[in-house]
Design a protein. Structure first.
Lengths: 242, 276
């Protein structure tokens, strides 16, 4: 059984006239690098937010990290890292990079427990890994978009998740930063933590087998393994873009 | 409690009430300002106002009715937000209008039936004639607020940073949000007839805004905001008695003055003109 098991799920936004995801099934195993592609409004972000229980599943069954997602949404979120697509931090946000990275641990710590030495160590390690340790004392609102994105990635690495989900993680990053982070993601996958990444940037994908999922109109139209260089051509073909 | 410092009993009670109200409201203010929920002070103070009017209509103690009605409104904010998928400020606006309508309807009705009711105390407060029990209640609310922040500091700071990111991290966002609303409701309804609806709103918003002009992190905001609020309030009470001025509006004006000065002096928005 995979670490993520979705069986014919439907999800809908309140007020929406039809479900965004329709009868979708997906299985993800530990150590897989999953790339989710497809055109705009295919339901890629909705899929990620359904997997961590932020959007309600209306039909079907879902198990994530061995937990029934429909019953234990918050427990799932404590184990799943999720780098959101859109964020804006105003310049006077009173939180430093170090504090924001540390917040990644708060969910898994649970109520009433204070961060211990090991939590601070995990946050320091995540900042070092992503290369933002020199920004630790800076307030997040004063950073560039790319630095903020790295901070949010470090926030989720500090969490030491059992599944890592990334929604357009490279949207604000230069080529050098993309390649550097891809190296980190490769290491995460090597440690058996699966990565699910929604992206439109396929340069610099790691030289491992990729589990490619292509979505269209709320359904999966391609779900198979391929090599990194095959990702873009397959997505183009599935989405009839040429 | 401050009897060893201030001999006059009336002044002493007024200072104590203002200090405790300042601590509770300004600490809560740091949270709600950051969450863009400043209008919660406005809504809750009018809910307490409506509750007091209901109490008078039903011939029960106004303050008890104010507390229960405020708690009822606080209990509605979260679920209405969730259900209607509206911005929190819109929900607060709807509940404010409802509270105001209930209050005005009942006050008009009571006046028509010859049962007079003055709204003056509820809007501007009355710190001069306080019972000891009211001061104890305010002290308890201050203590409850401080304990809430200390116990749930990590969850509160995560929610203040970004609610969606906090929820995605597995923080129990709804639980903390509902506890926050509950504490705001109790604080506002207990303080309304002491400091008045106007000053509650000022105490919820202005000290936090002053602290945000100088503080780079949220911990220091939780210290600076109550220190500013209680210093200005205590001075306002002293000046009010000394020069026979209305205390609540005076404190509101003093805090606004401090805010204006802090905006001018703030170094957070300073532009660096150095070339290296």
């Amino acid at each position: 059984m995979g670490i993520i098991e979705l069986d014919k799920i439907y999800t809908a936004y309140e007020g929406g006239d039809k479900p965004v995801i329709r009868g979708l099934s997906l299985s993800v195993n530990p150590g897989e690098y999953v790339v989710i592609g497809g055109p705009n409004s295919a339901g890629k972000t909705t899929l990620l937010e359904s997997i961590n229980g932020l959007i309600r599943i209306t039909h079907g069954s879902a198990t994530v990290c061995g937990l029934d997602l429909l019953r234990s949404g918050n427990e799932v979120r404590r184990k799943v890292g999720y780098v959101v697509q859109n964020f804006y931090f105003d310049p006077f946000t009173p939180f430093t990079v170090e504090q924001v990275v540390m917040m990644g641990r708060y969910g898994r710590l649970g109520l009433l427990r204070r961060p211990s030495k090991s939590d601070f160590k995990a946050a320091q390690k995540a900042m070092r890994l992503v290369g933002i340790e020199d920004l630790a004392e800076k307030t997040i609102g004063t950073l560039s978009g790319g630095q903020q994105q790295k901070t949010m990635i470090a926030h989720n690495i500090a969490k030491e998740p059992e599944v890592m989900m990334l929604d357009e993680p490279f949207s604000n990053l230069d080529f050098h930063a993309r390649e550097y982070l891809q190296g980190i993601f490769k290491e995460i996958v090597r440690s058996r933590t699966p990565i699910l990444m929604v992206s439109h940037a396929f340069d610099g994908l790691p030289n491992t087998r990729i589990h490619l999922v292509v979505m269209n109109k709320g359904q999966i139209t391609y779900d198979d393994e391929c090599d990194a260089e095959e990702v873009e051509p397959i997505i183009r073909k599935e989405c009839a873009v040429d | 409690m401050l009897g060893f410092l201030i001999e006059n009993n009336v002044v002493c009670h007024a200072v104590e009430a203002m200090v405790f109200a300042s601590i509770a409201c300004s600490i809560l203010g740091v949270i709600i300002s950051r969450m863009n929920l400043s209008s919660i002070g406005f809504t809750m103070s009018h809910a307490a106002f409506a509750g007091a009017a209901i109490g008078m209509f039903l011939d029960i103690r106004a303050q008890i009715a104010a507390i229960f009605f405020s708690l009822g409104v606080a209990a509605l904010i979260g679920p209405v937000n969730d259900k209607a998928k509206m911005a929190a400020d819109a929900t607060l606006g709807v509940l404010f209008a409802m509270s105001m309508a209930v209050a005005i309807f009942l006050i008009s009705y009571l006046q028509c039936t010859g049962r007079g009711l003055t709204a003056g105390n509820l809007l501007f407060g009355n710190v001069v004639s306080l019972y000891r029990e009211e001061i104890y209640a305010l002290a308890a609310v201050s203590a409850l607020t401080i304990i809430f922040v200390l116990v749930f500091f990590k969850e509160i700071s995560a929610i203040m940073f970004n609610m969606k990111i906090a929820e995605a991290s597995g923080v129990r966002v709804k639980l903390i949000y509902y506890i926050l609303l509950f504490i705001v409701a109790i604080s506002v309804s207990l303080t309304i007839n002491i400091v008045g609806g106007l000053l509650i709103f000022v105490l919820l918003v202005t000290p936090a805004s002053i602290a945000s002009q100088f503080c780079f992190n949220v911990k220091s905001m939780f210290v600076v905001a109550p220190l500013v609020a209680l210093s200005v309030s205590a001075f306002g009470v002293w000046a009010g008695f000394k020069f026979a001025l209305p205390i609540a509006p005076l404190v509101a004006l003093l805090l606004t003055g401090v805010f204006a000065v802090s905006v001018i002096l703030s170094f957070k928005r300073r532009i660096n003109y150095r070339k290296d």
